[in-house]
Write a protein that binds this ligand. Structure first.
Ligand SMILES: *Cc1c(COP(=O)(O)O)cnc(C)c1O
Length: 380
């Protein structure tokens, strides 16, 4: 039924027997830098590549401060810790996200609240957020109180889905009114700009992931970015066991995490980051080719939102309904064209089923119909 489309996708990746959803390529300096890290004997969290990666990341994104972490989840956990999230606090995020966003909230023993998606960018809906806050919340002093639970809403985490920027300025404006700091989950959006500025730099803090399926990978790794010098200093301190620097003394002044990226991973990351702009431009070309094809086919393809330059991390199409989506997934995967549905909405998962949530009709409709199609960089 979808043979034409699958043949078209195969024609874009002619050398592959099985076309993955998003495969990394390591044809730059990856081997050289990783071997160099091994030869240096500095394979753990102290090493030149770790610091270099932070510097290069700041140079590329224009982040005033970049602090590496062991992965994207630990990066989100750290940002919430830095914002002083206490057990019993509440944190708003979107229902349509990867589980890590909500998990990091739970790691602080806080409760997520789930809001609906914007059908244009698939990220947090400004209207849904605003409506939730207007109906349920009140500002008392410097705190936003949920009238239903009497708990404090201590942060809001919008996520840039598949690299497509959300309306981050509008989300921050709404959150400012309610005294809620914003953490951007930019795990998927390295290379994505909104109104010319890199995603992740709008909120009080932003986080990135360098998992193997992301646009740039360190094997496993993450990054925290911020404009705030004090927060940056705290982020480095808390992710490095809160050890006070000294030549030999083991003095730790608070409970810290061992969340810093190892040098081996940072070596891989440095080599990958050298090519990020090449990757982004290549992925944008692929998206253009897909867009034209699906336009002709009468199948809805997700284009970048207005005002954004998206990295098109994962390309997405919409089928008419869940049945069609399932048929497409069956046929594609049976033909070695690896396609995936989007994540289940968070309240469908057992640990999040009792969380407060808004009407989620847009998110549900997206989840029912969306398919991610192969999106790897097409460079040798
Ligand atoms: C990948 C991802 C993360 C977490 O990253 P890890 O490095 O795998 O911990 C968090 N949020 C989103 C939206 C992601 O896509």
């Amino acid at each position: 039924m979808f043979k034409d489309t699958l043949d078209f996708i195969k024609s874009l990746y002619p050398d592959k027997n099985c076309i993955g959803l998003h495969e990394p390529i390591f044809s730059g300096n990856e081997r050289k830098y990783v071997m160099d890290a091994i030869d240096s004997t500095f394979v753990s969290t102290v090493g030149a590549y770790v610091n270099n990666f932070e510097k290069s990341f700041s140079a590329y994104t224009k982040a005033p401060y970049s602090i590496v972490t062991s992965n994207g989840t630990s990066a989100i956990h750290t940002t919430l810790w830095l914002l002083g999230i206490q057990p019993g606090d509440e944190v708003i995020t979107q229902a349509l996200t990867f589980a890590a966003t909500a998990n990091a909230i739970k790691h602080c023993f806080a409760q997520p609240i789930f809001v609906d998606s914007d059908p244009k960018n698939l990220g947090m809906s400004v209207e849904s957020l605003q409506n939730f806050l207007e109906t349920n919340c009140v500002v008392e002093g410097s705190k936003c109180i949920n009238k239903k639970t009497r708990r404090t809403i201590r942060a809001c985490i919008p996520m840039h889905v598949f690299g497509h920027p959300v309306k981050i300025n509008e989300i921050i404006a709404v959150c400012d009114k309610y005294k809620i700091p914003v953490v951007e989950d930019a795990a998927e959006s390295l290379g994505s700009l909104y109104k010319g500025q890199h995603t992740g730099l709008f909120g009080k803090l932003g986080v990135f992931s360098f998992n193997g399926n992301k646009i740039v990978t360190s094997g496993g790794g993450g990054m925290i970015v911020t404009n705030d010098a004090d927060i940056a200093k705290r982020a480095k301190h808390i992710t490095t066991t809160a050890k006070v620097p000294h030549k030999w003394d083991f003095y730790h002044d608070e409970v810290g995490f061992n969340y810093r990226m190892p040098n081996l991973n940072a070596a891989l990351a440095c080599a990958q980051l050298e090519r990020v702009e090449e990757f982004v431009l290549n992925k944008r070309q692929t998206a253009q080719v897909y867009s034209e094809y699906f336009n002709k086919k009468g199948i809805q393809f997700l284009n970048e939102p207005e005002g954004a330059r998206s990295n098109y991390w994962l390309n997405a199409i919409f089928l008419d309904n869940q049945e069609q989506r399932n048929k497409f997934l069956e046929e594609a995967n049976a033909n070695n064209v690896i396609c995936r549905p989007v994540w289940r909405l968070m309240p469908e998962l057992p640990m999040y089923k009792d969380c407060q949530a808004t009407d989620l009709s847009h998110a549900q409709s997206i989840a029912d119909r969306l398919v991610n199609i192969p999106s790897s960089v097409r460079i040798k």
